[in-house]
Design a protein around this ligand. Structure first.
Ligand SMILES: [Zn+2]
Length: 325
């Protein structure tokens, strides 16, 4: 289903080289708004660098199978995860990527794990992290009912037993992550979204908005049409505009009104290169067709490897594990 090889198991943090794809080496001189996400031609290879003090850094992992996992390091140094990737025959995201990432930090603790919605490609890595590390809080939207897998219910019990604070959030709530950040929950609304049963959990994903100075990061989970229409109706336009957007639903998303409202400078797509059972087969190409017309550079984990975005509140820089193959 994918064309990925051993490089798929690398994160930018563990690779011996990092490829700075589009921007100059001087972080302070790099402005959000790249000149395209196709990896460029003249990438510069240099060793991975430590996070500059006081910066916000998001790492979108290149996963061994379909899923999403984002590590967020706050300006004061706390580590949060939004989703934790899958566990499948193709690999175990948490064991192979996320746990080594945590251990490589000066303080191997996790302030919180946010699960956007209880689908396996988002929550299955959490159990391993809860077993391996101290986790301060486990945050979700409190979805219940027959659509929620039994092992997700068990996962929350494990989080509770391990001492994590369980917190359920809905639109209007805020997360107290760091004095330098404003972290807001934009969705799902307390009253819920009118959605199909098939898309119900996706459309009730937590939509997280992180503001660091002038830079806004939007993480919308797997919202589809109903979730995006609900957001557009409920959230003021200036709260939807974002510097960096994690592509909804791994790039399988075609809502032009949403793309125009968010108008991101960068879009990061966490996906496999191709899907045999989807049309179009490549969510990366689909995301380019949706977001490039509104001015975004599109970065795709299946093409670029792990994608890292660093913000100092004024400007931000994008680095990727490799240039596009
Ligand atoms: Zn998903």
């Amino acid at each position: 289903m994918t064309t990925r090889g051993t490089l798929a198991l690398h994160s930018a943090w563990l690779a011996t080289v990092a490829v700075i794809v589009t921007f100059s080496l001087a972080f302070a001189s790099v402005r959000c708004g790249g000149d395209g996400g196709d990896g460029g031609d003249g990438g510069v290879i240099e060793p991975p660098r430590p996070r500059p003090a006081g910066t916000l850094r998001l790492t979108v992992f290149e996963l061994p199978a379909h899923g999403l996992a984002v590590a967020i390091e706050t300006p004061s140094g706390a580590l949060h995860f939004v989703d934790t990737g899958p566990k499948s025959d193709d690999g175990h995201a948490a064991k192979e990527l996320l746990a080594p990432f945590v251990r490589a930090r000066a303080s191997p603790a996790i302030a919180s794990i946010v699960i956007s919605h209880p689908h396996r490609d988002h929550f299955e890595g959490a159990r391993h992290l809860l077993k391996q590390f101290e986790v301060g809080a486990f945050v979700d939207a409190g979805m219940q009912g027959a659509l929620v897998a039994g092992d997700y219910v068990d996962l929350k019990k494990t989080a509770d037993n391990r001492g994590a604070v369980l917190r359920e959030v809905r639109a209007g709530d805020v997360l107290d992550w760091d004095p330098a950040l404003e972290v807001s929950i934009l969705a799902p609304p307390r009253a819920g979204v009118i959605s199909t049963e098939k898309n119900f959990l996706n459309d009730h994903s937590i939509v997280l908005r992180i503001q660091h100075g002038k830079n806004v990061f939007l993480l919308p989970g797997d919202i589809e049409r109903a979730g995006s229409e609900s957001l557009l109706a409920a959230v003021p336009a200036d709260r939807l505009r974002a510097t960096v957007l994690i592509a909804p639903h791994h790039g399988f998303f075609e809502e032009r009104a949403f793309a125009g409202a968010v108008k991101p400078q960068h879009v990061v797509v966490s996906c496999q290169a191709e899907y045999d059972d989807k049309e179009p087969r490549s969510p990366g190409d689909l995301a380019r067709s949706l977001f490039e017309p509104v001015g975004a550079a599109v970065w795709v984990t299946a093409w670029h490897g792990a994608v890292t975005i660093t913000s100092d509140g004024e400007v931000c820089a994008v680095t990727t594990a490799r240039v596009r193959r």
